[in-house]
Write a protein that binds this ligand. Structure first.
Ligand SMILES: C[S@@+](CC[C@H](N)C(=O)[O-])C[C@H]1O[C@@H](n2cnc3c(N)ncnc32)[C@H](O)[C@@H]1O
Length: 353
């Protein structure tokens, strides 16, 4: 998928340099965006902008403009002709594309410093980057709502960008299934629970998550007049001795199982199976990277090291074929798979085997 084009030796060596200098390109691209340089050059796309014009318009030094624009030129985001900078399509996407923006913010504010500790994280199977930057907790999840404001905004921005893109279609699908009782495991700030209960008259959704997230979800539900239909049970979902509430029509897990390693996934699926009534189903929503387009696969594969260094040291973005094995190990079987939901997501509907 990624290596179809044959490169000449010099082209391959240039690609290798882009990787070797990736952190520098990344930081310069971010500041070209955040200082408004890309936008200014775009607005003056016919005439181009000199270093002096950019420095004057944005009230920054000519030295800063030179440093950032020269790196911008080297990465293919800017063109330089007759001492004037012009924006390229890559530069245009770097400051206008929403996916690029959430990825960049997530990588800067959440991942950048902690990724320095990827080595120990991999060897010691713990999020050493989290421990060096934000918290000594075992995983990032209990402290999500206490992260520094930029990190918190970027984490939730990243999470919501990818799940919001699927929720419209998923709510439409799920509201037609006649579900009365649903557990939303890892329901986060309640976006799906609120969406589904708003689209139906008799569905009740119980969110299982850390207390910080449940409090936010219940407050959000109350604001929409949905108290009593969106409920919450705070729990540490990694404590596999605690059963989920039983006799439900469905267990919903959206962008949740990728937060765990294989053993925990199988245990969570077993507990989900035990919660179902006879006709109940487990609904898994994941952006599997083997079911995605090349841009989606690239983003998903490169999200995995965040799980290693910052989130928990054990999990990753999975392939659908890996998840199918976990489903079988938990005594379930895949009844139906619906792909191409929003941003490369797949809904896997599972019943008791
Ligand atoms: C990536 S978010 C997914 C949120 C939401 N389902 C969505 O589709 O956007 C994972 C959620 O799982 C929760 N979570 C992860 N590990 C947990 C644990 N051990 N106990 C309780 N909640 C946990 C997190 O707090 C977070 O709300």
């Amino acid at each position: 998928m990624f290596n179809d084009r044959k490169l000449s030796g010099p082209e391959a060596l240039m690609e290798a340099q882009k990787i070797a200098f990736a952190p520098i390109l990344f930081q310069c691209a971010r500041l070209l965006r955040d200082y408004g340089i890309f936008e200014l050059i775009y607005k003056n796309k016919r005439t181009g902008q000199s270093v002096e014009e950019i420095a004057k318009a944005l009230n920054i030094t000519t030295y800063a403009v030179q440093i950032l624009c020269e790196t911008g030129y080297s990465m293919g985001a800017l063109d330089l002709k007759d001492e004037k900078y012009y924006i390229t399509t890559v530069g245009y996407f770097l400051f206008t594309d929403e996916m690029t923006k959430v990825n960049m913010d997530f990588n800067h504010y959440v991942n950048y410093l902690g990724l320095y500790n990827l080595d120990e994280s991999l060897k010691e199977q713990r999020p050493a980057g989290l421990h060096e930057t934000f918290s000594k907790e075992e995983t990032i999840y209990p402290i999500l709502s206490q992260l520094p404001s930029d990190a918190k905004r970027s984490w939730f921005g990243f999470d919501h960008f990818y799940s919001d893109a699927t929720f419209g279609k998923l709510i439409e699908l799920m509201s037609q299934r006649g579900i009365k009782t649903l557990l939303d495991v890892g329901g986060n700030t309640g976006k799906f629970a609120i969406g589904l209960t708003s689209a139906t008259t008799d569905t009740t959704v119980t969110i299982l998550d850390h207390p910080g997230q449940i409090n936010v979800a219940l407050a959000n539900a109350k604001e929409k007049g949905l108290e009593g239909r969106v409920l919450g049970e705070p729990m540490d979902l990694l404590d596999h001795t605690v059963a989920f509430p039983k006799g439900v029509d469905g267990v919903w897990m959206s962008q949740f199982l990728d937060c765990f390693g294989p053993n925990d996934i199988v245990n969570l699926l077993k507990r989900s199976r035990n919660a179902l009534n006879d006709n109940g189903r487990v609904y898994i929503v994941e952006p599997f990277w083997d079911k995605s387009n090349p841009i989606g696969s690239f983003c998903l594969i490169n999200t995995s090291p965040y799980f290693t260094a910052l989130a928990n040291g054990k999990s990753k973005m999975y392939r659908a074929s890996e998840m199918e094995k976990f489903v079988i190990q938990a005594g379930l079987e895949v009844e139906e798979q619906i792909s191409d939901l929003g941003f490369n997501s797949t809904l896997m509907i599972c019943k008791k085997a």
